[in-house]
Design a protein around this ligand. Sequence first.
Ligand code: GLU
Length: 423
Amino acid sequence: MKEDLNPFKIAQQQLDNAAQIMDLDPAAHAILREPKRILIMSIPVKLSSGKTRVFTGFRVQYNDARGPAKGGIRFHPEETLDTVKALSAWMTWKCALANIPFGGGKGGIICDTKKMNERDLELLSRAYVRHLGRDMGPEVDIPAPDVYTTPQIMAWMLDEYNNIVRHNEFGAITGKPVEVWGSQGRMDSTAMGGIFVLREAAKMLKMDPKKATIAVQGFGNAGKYAYTLSKKIIGSKVVAISDSEGGVYDPDGLDLAKLEEAKEKTGSVQGYKSKNAKKVSNEELLELKVDILIPAAIENQITGENADRIKCKLLLELANGPVTPEATDILFKKGIIDLPDFLVNSGGVIGSYFEWVQNQTGDYWETDLFYAKLDKIISKSFHDTMDVQAAYAAKGKKINPRMAAYIIALDRVAKAMKAKGWY
Ligand code: GLU
């Protein structure tokens, strides 16, 4: 039977598997299978051309037992409600695993930012917030950037929200520019968190990161910073990288300045030139023989169809949902250490938490403090996950790292719901 790639079905399947392994209370399981609240919005925008277009927007508040819903907003031409639902569930597990005081949420608008001018983007961003109105806020639901949304978009959204409540509430949105009290360190915190996880995992595997080769799928916020940081911080050699057009592979290693130049001039990293560089497709990049593979783009990249051809030793899911359940099983059987998205990319929302704490207290931190705190939280998440996996192994139950991380997160959310009397 062909694998079902509906992200929400996948999220539910992962939840069901974990619930069974950990013997989760059936009532908690039933609550956690569906979002608490879904907003579907029809958003008319009078565009700069004078024409009016009606956009469809979503916001899903999946669970708020442990704190306000938290999660990014995607601007994507193929956005679907089921994708947003899945991503909001994953945000819930992400915040619980990191043990920060948030629940999970996600938003999306069906739109193609590449075909919109800046003015129209602003109009759309502001209209989305007007439609959310009081259904967001620092203690209710806190948006942030995600695929094709930026700190500038967050600043417009914040301004619109502040107009609604008629005062400044900087903690209503995170991932803002520092000029409006975004946090130092937040821009690269997703990739930085991933690099801290990489460092810990390499230690565990007795792999020398300086000698490791890396392939990164994606050249957006996460992918580009992952490239820079893995070179700068751990000294690994990045041999392949890609964007939505395709990728480039050079066994001698890639140069960032030249990659950026290629992207600028030709519109894609594929325009990169060097003696041994060759073009690869996004699919080929995933199958390269490298030590570490970092999918940092979008969901459903490694599936039952190609998982068997993956050759890395360590796989770090910096994107949300890049590996399907069928692929997870295949990779586990092959002995590839596949570390799940809601652990590896949690640096983004941990950074958002730091930003929110600073906004709520008015006490602003230096970058070093931000990174030190991020390192502590995410390294602990990694070791907690490995410990749970080892504890199950000691009981004769082999579970993959994703299930171990699920068990920690679900246990925390279930206990909060229980304490509040939800079941
Ligand atoms: N969009 C990021 C994520 O998927 C960050 C979310 C946030 O900071 O709220 O984790």
